[in-house]
Design a protein around this ligand. Sequence first.
Ligand SMILES: [Zn+2]
Length: 210
Amino acid sequence: MIHAILPVGMLQCNCSILGDEASREAIVIDPGDEIDQILKILAQHKLRVKAIVITHAHIDHIGGAQKLKAATGAPVYMNENDAPLYDALDTQAGWLGIPTPERTQIDSPLRDGDSLQLGPAELHALHTPGHTQGSVSLWIPLENKLIAGDTLFRDSIGRTDLPGGDSRQILRSIHEKLMPLPDDAVVIPGHGANTTIGREKQFNIFLRNL
Ligand SMILES: [Zn+2]
């Protein structure tokens, strides 16, 4: 599978571009910004976007969704529990002091247990609330990879002090949904460097008391 990770925007959100070599179909996860760059990578690999997936409705992850949808026609998937946060996009833009991006319609509610097909691979949606109420992580068994959004980071976990955050809930989500994954599963967090489930089990101090 093709997997390009592009840090986009002021907060350097890791946008994942997943592509199937045979069908040339692609899924773009968290197109927060820099849609021109994302389109360039898609064109380089001759990929056609079949789905746009949002791990959660923070502006740095969803800000470019409208623009990417307009350019590709692909449907947008997001967990419905983050709808109120998306409705508050102007408030979020105010936090960062940036103009409010145009918003898009959410085409499909991404629920726990839903899966998306990309060539031979399946992307399983795991509802992992805590950073936000609609936070979703995507588990790709065939690739042994987890796209974690802002739930789990290398040496850290997502902040829970913003509206919709819940510090107990994020730990429960990580414990119940992410820690059972294989120790050698590669984790691609919403920001910063990759890690593995095993590494975080061993070194992440936020997970010590689980
Ligand atoms: Zn976030």
